[in-house]
Design a protein around this ligand. Structure first.
Ligand SMILES: [Zn+2]
Ligand SMILES: [Zn+2]
Length: 161
């Protein structure tokens, strides 16, 4: 069961941490100190306003150019590389999103079967402990399904298909 869960959860943990993701960029710029205190890589006297999302060079307002998706890059080469990375992130998100949706249906389906079995079991063999146990498992699965559903919904809001 543990192994199965690990495999299930993998896409969610790894998708937001893909290289070049906004999350990483934020962490990196936070670690390297206040970006506004840095100087532009090309214009040593000008204060940097951004950092290239691909190579990490400090950029001033003149040097920073938005990539296709609006992220700031230093050169067309970095724009192309960043675009490639964004596409791979989008496909990773898509996969994570799809698996979250599948997990949601799976948990809801199994949960519903468990709850129905619990009710049927009570009427059939009048065993309270067993039907409570199975009913609780079923409700747990439904909650897990809701969690997966929320992940899928959040991913959709973030632009995944
Ligand atoms: Zn660059
Ligand atoms: Zn500059």
């Amino acid at each position: 069961m543990y192994g199965l869960l690990t495999v299930w959860r993998k896409p969610f943990y790894f998708a937001p941490l893909a290289p070049g993701d906004r999350f990483i960029n934020l962490t990196l710029s936070a670690e390297s100190g206040n970006t506004t205190a840095m100087k532009c890589y090309t214009h040593k006297d000008t204060e940097a306003v951004a950092v290239c999302v691909h190579c990490g060079r400090a950029l001033c307002a003149v040097c920073a150019a938005p990539s296709q998706s609006g992220r700031l890059v230093c050169s067309p080469a970095c724009a192309a590389a960043s675009k490639e990375m964004e596409e791979s992130i989008a496909s990773t998100r898509h996969k994570a999103n799809r698996s979250a949706r599948v997990n949601a249906y799976f948990c809801f389906g199994l949960g519903a079967i468990f709850v129905v079995s619990a009710v049927a079991m009570y009427f059939d063999i009048q065993s309270w402990p067993l039907s409570i146990f199975i009913g609780a498992s079923g409700l747990g699965l439904c909650l897990a399904g809701m969690g997966f559903n929320r992940v899928a919904k959040r991913n959709t809001e973030r632009g995944a298909t």
